[in-house]
Design a protein around this ligand. Structure first.
Ligand code: FEO
Length: 394
């Protein structure tokens, strides 16, 4: 896409990435992702955020539609992760007079990542920069989701550039703004981004939301995904709700199965949840990427895990999921566990231990040997009803 002027003197000059398979080498990108960069032009010009290195030429082409990159006065680095900072070495060469502005915590990273030590300045929290007709103000928001992060606010047009905060997966399909799409179609990919990338740092997210709450914001322009100009409050509310990890009063049932016994039990547990009046989403951990499993676990208050015993422990796809949920620090889940074993149990006990270690409320368990009997399946249905009862009653 060519540059787009989103407010007078403020231009989107970012790129869509539809070729990277795994974001951070981990998270699938079936619908791509955008790296949003912005030009703010007064008497002086600043570039806010950047793009991943392979897209540097495209960024420069977009900048060139507005001004000669050599005329840039400032490169504002809100965040050092290379999906935004990767074009800095090239920008440095083509815009030699531009001063690099970042938080003091980012300066050692600039040196170690790119060898950039000259023409760099650490900006203070609350510092302003008059560009002549445009005024930037910097807010440190550490650990959203790296320690050096900041948000930049343009005072005259009331545009907030919060970098990763309020961003999401999914490239911009010929659009830029929230009022050009049905936002609900984007929310799953925004939540997947939030839970996969930012989820571990929910407290800093809430702190940042509090810190920025007093600003008269008309547009939120994050570094990934849609720009929010019709209803910036909506993305703040979504991020705030997800950071509080409330979850819908429904259940996510994630299971693994080697020979179908735990799968049969999963069907019974799901019937129990529905019979008790709660919605349930069932996912096979062997076949659905953990990125999506994390998102679905984030979405709902109830979490039901089914795993056969494998090597005396939890079936590996579920073990991996639990490890990831521990790293992402998902809290406040009402949990039920179940699973089969061949000659000696182990998985169900370890699932309970792991759930309790994570601070989740375990409301039931159902282990069984071999193929589930009618009595086992009835116990599974009862487990589902119990989880549903707890999530519905809050
Ligand atoms: Fe979009 Fe943390 O980088």
């Amino acid at each position: 896409m060519p540059h787009i002027e989103l407010r007078p003197g403020i231009h989107w000059v970012g790129v869509n990435d539809r070729v990277t398979d795994l974001f951070e080498g981990l998270w699938p990108l079936p619908s791509g992702v955008s790296y949003n960069a912005y030009l703010v032009v007064g008497k002086k010009a600043a570039l806010i955020d950047g793009v991943k290195a392979p897209f540097a030429e495209e960024l420069l082409e977009n900048i060139s539609q507005v001004l000669d990159p050599a005329e840039l006065d400032y490169l504002v680095v809100n965040h050092m992760e290379p999906d935004h900072s990767g074009a800095l070495p090239l920008l440095r060469r083509l815009a030699p007079k531009a001063e690099v502005l970042a938080t003091p915590a980012a300066l050692p990273m600039l040196a170690r990542f790119y060898g950039i030590t000259a023409g760099v300045r650490g900006v203070e929290d609350g510092e302003t920069l008059d560009l002549g007709g445009k005024v930037l103000k910097f807010f440190h928001i550490p650990f959203v989701h790296w320690p050096e992060t900041m948000a930049t606010y343009e005072e005259t047009e009331r545009v907030l550039f919060p970098c990763d905060a309020f961003g999401g997966f999914r490239a911009l399909d010929g659009v830029l703004y929230d009022d050009q799409v049905d936002v609900r179609e984007y929310e799953d990919e925004i939540l997947r981004y939030f839970s996969n990338i930012v989820g571990m740092h929910t407290r800093p997210v809430l702190k940042a939301i509090d810190k920025l709450a007093g600003l008269p914001i008309e547009v939120i322009a994050p570094s990934h995904g849609l720009i929010w100009r019709k209803d910036p409050g909506h993305i703040v509310e979504l991020y705030s709700r997800w950071a509080r990890m409330e979850g819908r009063p429904e259940a996510t049932l994630i299971y693994g199965s080697m020979y179908g016994h735990t799968r049969l039990m999963a069907e019974a547990v799901a019937r129990g949840v529905r019979a008790a009046g709660a919605a349930v989403r069932v996912l096979d951990a062997s076949r659905v990427h953990v990125s999506y499993l994390i998102r679905e676990a984030w979405k709902r208050k109830g979490l039901i895990i089914g795993a056969p015993t494998y090597d005396g422990g939890i079936f590996p796809p579920l073990e991996r999921l639990l490890r990831m949920l521990e790293r992402k620090r998902l809290k406040g889940r009402v949990v039920g566990v179940f699973g089969s074993y061949a000659w000696h149990g182990g998985a169900v006990r370890k699932l309970v231990e792991q759930a309790e270690k994570l601070g989740w409320q375990v409301v039931g368990e159902a282990g069984f040997q071999g193929a589930p009997t009618p009595e086992d399946l009835a116990a599974g249905e009862a487990l589902g009803r119990e989880v549903a009862r707890h999530v519905r009653e809050g």
